[in-house]
Design a protein around this ligand. Sequence first.
Ligand code: PSV
Ligand code: MN
Length: 424
Amino acid sequence: MILDQQLIEKHNNKLEKKHNRAFEFISQDIDDVEELIAKLQKFQIGIPSWALGTGGTRFGRFSGPGEPGSLEQKFEDVGLLHALNKSSGAISLHIPWDIPEDTAKMKELARSLNITFDAVNSNTFQDQPQQEHSYKYGSLHHVDPKVRKQAIDHNIEVINYGKALGSKALTVWLADGSSFPGQLNFREAFQNTLSSLQEIYKHLPEDWKLFIEYKAFEPYFYSMTIGDWGQSLLLANKLGPKAYTLVDLGHHLPNANIEQIVSLLLMEGKLGGFHFNDSKYADDDLTAGSIKPYQLFLIFNELIDGMDLNGMEHATGLGWMIDASHNLKDPLVDLLQSVEAIKIAYAQALLIDRVALKAAQQANDVVKSQEILQDAFRTDVRPLVAESRLRSGAALNPVLLFEEEKLRDKLIAERGLRTIATGL
Ligand code: PSV
Ligand code: MN
């Protein structure tokens, strides 16, 4: 479904008066509001192809009506999100869940929808029907070189799809680990993973990045071979300059200080990409900012601090992506909410008085440091984010427009009630 631009204009006209009042009010207290708005306009968050349908839990999956039944329809969904918020201009493909058979056609479709290709993701955590060797006991870390070779070849195939589409990064997340003490020799598992990744790295084009995603537990519950940022960083350092660590917010043990991890990875020049989601207990894959918005803000504080120090462009310096699963809400609405929450946290972090914070830190002024951070966090920046959308031709309130215009009903009319999307 292609969104009629007139619907956006009609919606914006209705809300503009109230919005203008709120925007003028907040602008008075910001030194360079134009610069801030320009940064917000540039900031894009990639949408995973596997999050456009309804996800499930290990107990069941309740598919939603009008889900995208093909890769083309997934592209259209991302195009729709981008038309609504002008902040979701990239899609990330997970292969083989989403195989772009005719890459030229898919590229053309993406171009017509104004979206680009984010990192491509390999999948060696599930067996595919025609596959020779099983990944039951892992993939790149496997004790059997034949299994490792099969997983390496799959990653090379994914790189080739990405090259044909115009992606610039490969994300590797492994479900390699063990559930019982004694099951694995940790050192050998790590070394097998390293040598497998070295093979994959050889096939990475010069201008590509390799993102190594870590996860503390699940699907295995005793050890994960790339279980934390230390193990990922160790691999990235051994592999070379094109290899980076990818932080998925849901992949830590409870109460981990993710902002500190981000800060140190940036210091080492080894933070490559981000998967946004939120959680209360584990890898809950909930809407970004729905449970711990202050943590999201603190992460953005460190991101901006570290990226500015490294002279990195906020919008393009790292791979920004959502990685969530939508079990209760309409996936498209959930994604709109996530993008909004991410941009709110980014805008709040841009408001931090960094000179004053530095001075307070140097003076060991604990109270002032906290006041400075919380002053920015407690600012209602929604009019700034909305203004950046308005100027980009997007909707002032994308969720409201989605619901008022009954966009899901229109998708159901096109696709039917019983479509099922590939993915989680
Ligand atoms: C694993 O939990 C993960 O975060 C990885 O990024 C996967 O590729 C993705 O979710 C989809 O399963
Ligand atoms: Mn992830």
